[in-house]
Design a protein around this ligand. Structure first.
Ligand code: CA
Length: 234
């Protein structure tokens, strides 16, 4: 199982450092130094994962992210951002990034998060086997976890790869209570000694509800279990 990663970063030290480390982990690595090159390389190599700097020459990380999300469904996109403002983080996720990392970041942590993600997803070239839980229907929601397609009442909904992954995890444990700590470990790849605040989860749930629920302020699909976590009501 070999995964392909595209590293998009105009700062040489960071780009080369990431390249070396991903190669050590046996990933196939390509790099790009600006937004236009990123798009060309992504179309050529069809990566499983893109590490995408936000501030780039020619096309910004935002533009590249928007393009990738449309053109390559199921790709995992981690934004690198130098800005620490909450707004830029939210914006990163709003446009469809799956995760973000604020510079300076720990390589080990980044790689741990990537591995946690890829553990649940076979490499692109090996995704042929269909299984009955790949396509699911509940309430008025339709999800295809293999093709990364989603709709509600027949209308397409745009979900990030992370959101698909979260929903798949919920679906596999439907009607069970899932703790925030579970999600941080299983989906985000954090370990008990480097847990961030559970707000990461709550922000994702808020966004998912906005996309899935008829009335996000009175959720019927993803229920809150006060003080514990969440439950998919299916
Ligand atoms: Ca940059």
């Amino acid at each position: 199982m070999t995964y392909k990663v595209l590293i998009v970063e105009d700062e040489d030290i960071i780009r080369l450092g990431l390249k070396d480390n991903f190669e050590l982990e046996n990933y196939i690595v390509e790099t790009a130094m600006d937004g236009e090159e990123a798009i060309i390389k992504a179309d050529q190599m069809r990566p499983d994962l893109v590490i995408l700097d936000l501030m780039l020459p020619k096309k910004s990380g935002f533009e590249v992210c928007r393009y990738l999300r449309k053109k390559h469904p199921g790709i995992f996109i981690i934004m690198l951002t130098a800005k620490t403002e909450e707004t830029s983080k939210v914006a990163g996720l709003e446009i469809g990034a799956d995760d973000y990392v604020t510079k300076p970041f720990s390589l080990l942590e980044l790689i741990a998060r990537v591995k946690a993600f890829l553990r649940r997803i076979p490499p692109k070239d090996q995704r042929d086997e269909q299984n009955e839980d790949d396509v699911v229907n509940f309430h008025n929601i339709y999800l295809d976890f293999k093709k990364f397609e989603a709709s509600k009442n027949g209308e397409n909904i745009e979900l990030s790869t992370r959101e698909f992954q979260l929903l798949q995890y919920f679906w596999q444990r439907r009607n069970e209570v899932i703790t925030r700590e579970d999600l941080l470990q299983e989906i985000w790849g954090y370990t008990l000694d480097n847990m961030p605040t559970t707000r990461t989860i709550d922000n994702h749930i808020v966004r998912l509800r906005q996309k899935l629920e008829d009335d996000p302020s009175n959720p019927q699909i993803i229920l809150s279990m006060r003080g514990i976590g969440y439950k998919l009501n299916a």
